[in-house]
Design a protein around this ligand. Structure first.
Ligand SMILES: Cc1ncc(COP(=O)(O)O)c(C=O)c1O
Length: 399
C-alpha cells in the first residue's frame, strides 16, 4: 500500500551541502549565515530588516516584550489557531482575548474583533491560516475606529498611538495580498520555519516589521539581540575577536537565537522556494479540480487580489459532524494517507478552558472545526501520490 505522510521536510543534497559547509566552517551558532538569511528574508518580504530566532513563538513573545505588553494589558487573537498564537500573551502576563471566526470562515469575525477592543488592548494577532493572508484592511479599520481608546504606556506604544497589529504568519511566508508581500502588511509579521512548514530550518522563525515613526530599525534589531541572547551586549562572534573577551549583561534575558546550522538549511531552502511554491500551487489546483463537484468547501488560496503560500489544504465536509469527519480521517489512515485537523479551537483545550474560555461562546469556530479535514500538501508528493489522495478521498467522502 502507498504511504503518504502529512508534511515531511523536503531536503535535497543542496540543503545537506549547505549545512555541511556550515559545520566545516568552524562557526555553527549565530553568525554570518544567520545574518545572510535575515538579509534575504527581508529582501523577500520587501522590508528593511528581519530578525531570525529559534521559533515563531519566540518572535511573537519577544516583540510583545519589546512593545512592553504585560500584566493589565489585553491581546486579541482568533479562537481558531494553534496555541502559540495565544500562549505568548500568557508568557508576558497579559490577558488573552479570543474572538470567534465569522460564519463559514477561518478568519476572525472582524465586527466582533472591533467590539473586543478596549482601553486595555495593546496588540491584535490575526492568523494567516494555511498561508492565506487575512483581511488586514478590516483589521486596520477596526484599529483606527478605536484609536481614541488606546492608552500608550511607553515610547514605542506612543510611536504607534493605536493598537498594534502583529501577524501570525507562521504558515504564510511567500504569500501576497493586494500587491504586497506577507511581511510588509501588518506592523509586525512572524514566520515559522518549523520542520512541517513550507520552508524549514528544522526549528526557527523570523520577524519583519514596517518602519515605525521615531524608532530606529537598528534599535529594534538590538532589542531582539539582547532579549534572545541572555541580555549580553556582545554576541558570540563579537566575543571571539582577539582580545575582545569582555561583555556586560544588561538584563537577565532569554536564549532563543537562530544558529548558523539552521540558517544554512534555510539559505538552501530559500534558493528553491519559488519552485516549492509553484509545486504547492500545482497540487492545490489538482485538489480543487477534483473536489469541485463534491459537497465540500475548500480554503480559497488564490484570487485576483491574493495568492497564498499554499501551506495547508483545508476541506470542510459540509453536512458532516465530528464523528463522521473522524471516520474519514481513520479511513484515509487505513489507506496509508495521513490527514490532520486545523484546528481544534483553543476554547476546547484544557489550558484555555482553565483560563475561563468555553466553546459554547465560539459557535462559528466550532462549526469550522467539526467537519474540517486537512489533506497532505507538500513538495515530496509525486503526481501519483496526489492522484492516490484524490481517488481515495473522493471515494471515502462519497459513500
Ligand atoms: C498558527 C501557528 N502559529 C504559531 C506557530 C508556532 O511556530 P513555531 O513552532 O515556529 O514556534 C505555529 C506552529 O505550528 C502555528 O501553526
Amino acid at each position: 500500500m502507498r504511504n503518504v505522510p502529512f508534511s515531511p521536510p523536503d531536503i535535497t543534497e543542496a540543503e545537506i551541502a549547505e549545512v555541511c559547509d556550515a559545520l566545516r566552517s568552524g562557526w555553527i551558532t549565530t553568525g554570518p549565515r544567520t545574518k545572510e538569511f535575515e538579509r534575504l528574508i527581508a529582501m523577500c518580504c520587501q522590508t528593511r530588516t528581519a530578525v531570525c530566532l529559534n521559533s515563531a513563538t519566540a518572535c511573537m513573545e519577544l516583540i510583545l516584550r519589546v512593545l512592553g505588553v504585560g500584566p493589565g494589558d489585553e491581546v486579541i487573537t482568533s479562537a481558531y489557531t494553534y496555541t502559540a498564537t495565544a500562549s505568548v500573551t500568557c508568557h508576558v502576563g497579559a490577558k488573552v482575548v479570543l474572538v470567534d471566526t465569522a460564519p463559514g470562515s477561518f478568519e476572525m469575525d472582524y465586527d466582533k474583533l472591533a467590539d473586543a477592543i478596549t482601553e486595555r488592548t495593546k496588540v491584535i494577532i490575526p492568523v494567516d491560516l494555511g498561508g492565506v493572508v487575512c483581511n488586514y484592511g478590516k483589521v486596520f479599520a477596526a484599529v483606527e475606529n478605536k484609536r481614541s481608546l488606546f492608552r500608550p504606556a511607553n515610547e514605542i506604544q506612543k510611536a504607534f498611538g493605536r493598537v498594534i497589529v502583529l501577524a501570525d504568519a507562521a504558515h504564510a511566508f511567500g504569500a501576497q495580498w493586494h500587491g504586497k508581500m506577507c511581511g510588509e502588511i501588518a506592523d509586525f509579521t512572524s514566520f515559522s520555519f518549523h520542520a512541517v512548514k513550507n520552508l524549514t530550518t528544522a526549528e526557527g522563525g523570523a520577524l519583519t516589521w514596517l518602519p515605525i515613526p521615531g524608532i530606529e530599525d537598528e534599535w529594534l534589531y538590538k532589542q531582539f539581540q539582547l532579549l534572545s541572547l541572555h541580555g549580553q551586549n556582545k554576541d558570540a562572534l563579537a566575543k571571539t575577536k582577539l582580545g575582545a573577551w569582555e561583555y556586560d549583561i544588561v538584563a537577565p534575558n532569554f536564549k532563543c537565537n537562530m544558529t548558523d546550522l539552521m540558517a544554512g538549511l534555510g539559505l538552501a531552502q530559500l534558493k528553491r522556494y519559488p519552485e516549492l511554491l509553484w509545486r504547492r500551487r500545482q497540487i492545490i489546483g489538482r485538489y480543487n479540480e477534483a473536489l469541485k463537484d463534491c459537497h465540500v468547501q475548500v480554503l480559497d488560496h488564490y484570487g485576483d487580489d491574493h495568492s497564498s503560500s499554499g501551506h495547508l489544504y483545508l476541506v470542510r465536509l459540509l453536512g458532516k459532524d465530528v464523528r463522521e469527519r473522524n471516520a474519514v480521517i481513520e479511513e484515509m489512515a487505513a489507506r496509508g494517507i495521513a490527514c490532520n485537523v486545523h484546528y481544534k479551537p483553543l476554547p476546547m483545550m484544557t489550558a484555555y478552558k482553565a483560563l475561563g474560555f468555553d466553546i459554547a461562546d465560539f459557535p462559528n469556530a466550532y462549526d469550522q472545526y467539526r467537519n474540517e479535514v486537512t489533506l497532505p500538501l507538500h513538495t515530496c508528493l509525486s503526481d501519483d501520490d496526489v492522484n492516490y489522495v484524490i481517488s481515495n478521498f473522493v471515494d471515502i467522502i462519497s459513500k
